[in-house]
Ligand binder design. Structure first.
Ligand code: F6R
Length: 243
């Protein structure tokens, strides 16, 4: 079942998303959260940090798994998703460091990196919430449009469109990594609830085609797979919804 909330703007979107996390954190004894990077969740993370600072939510028994990481960027690089998550969330909340999981890319081979993350995902198991952003082309995590979609952790080649879109975070487009390690579709779906957040006009196509499609087509829009999930909540703002 797809539930849709259309917020008036990014602030309201972030409020609505935060509420879902707060409910989970306040009702689950050991919350398990799937987290995303990118610009869309920043407003939610800011609010979670503030609520934790005020003592209204507690992360001491929370476990997190992240969706993805660029290949070839060390965690100290400011563009890495390790850096992003610590900077925007983990450094400011009371989560035990050992409960934080982000794909690592520092082993001898990519195959070892993949196996290590699959092992972590098996150990953490089903999440209570999986938060997702969406690419302008419908990618979820870094699972780009493709007829075949990996079920488990995989190395993906970023499309020109994604590289161009992500170049806004780098000094030049040449610095954007062309590959990433990403959670697969099967593990993304292994969650009690999926929350997909999207704001701005440039996400209109991805959300509109997801909402309107009565088919699943990974080549056209990989996010259409999410319609198979029994508890999908889409929160977008008016700019995204109306285009
Ligand atoms: C990030 C991720 C990506 C982003 C997507 C949207 O962990 O998996 O799929 O969610 O590229 O990014 P933003 O939010 O920057 O528009």
């Amino acid at each position: 079942m797809v539930k849709l909330l259309v917020a008036k703007d990014y602030e309201e979107l972030s409020e609505l998303c935060t509420k879902e996390f707060v409910r989970c954190l306040q009702t689950q004894a050991t919350p398990k959260l799937g987290l995303a990077t990118g610009s869309t969740p920043i407003g939610t993370y800011e609010r979670l940090v503030e609520l934790n600072r005020r003592g209204e939510i507690d992360f001491s028994s929370t476990t997190t798994v992240n969706l993805d990481e660029y290949m070839d960027l060390p965690p100290s690089n400011e563009q890495s998703y390790h850096y992003f998550m610590h900077h925007h969330l983990f450094d400011h909340i009371n989560i035990p460091r050992e409960n934080i999981h982000i794909p690592e890319v520092d082993r001898k081979t990519a195959d070892e990196d993949i196996k290590a993350y699959d092992k972590i995902l098996d150990k953490v198991g089903r999440r209570h919430i999986q938060l997702l952003g969406v690419g302008v082309n419908g990618h979820i995590a870094f699972n780009e449009p493709n007829r075949r979609q990996a079920l488990r952790t995989n190395i993906t080649e970023l499309t020109e469109e994604t590289i161009k879109s992500n170049s806004r975070f780098f000094d030049s487009i040449d610095e954007v990594p062309t590959k990433a390690i990403s959670m697969g579709i099967g593990d993304i779906m292994n969650s009690d609830q999926i929350i997909l957040i999207a704001n701005g006009e440039n996400k209109h196509w991805a959300i509109k085609t997801l909402l309107e499609s009565d088919f699943v087509d990974f080549q056209y829009n990989p996010a259409t797979i999410l319609k198979l999930h029994p508890n999908l909540l889409i929160i977008c703002d008016e700019a995204c919804y109306n285009g």
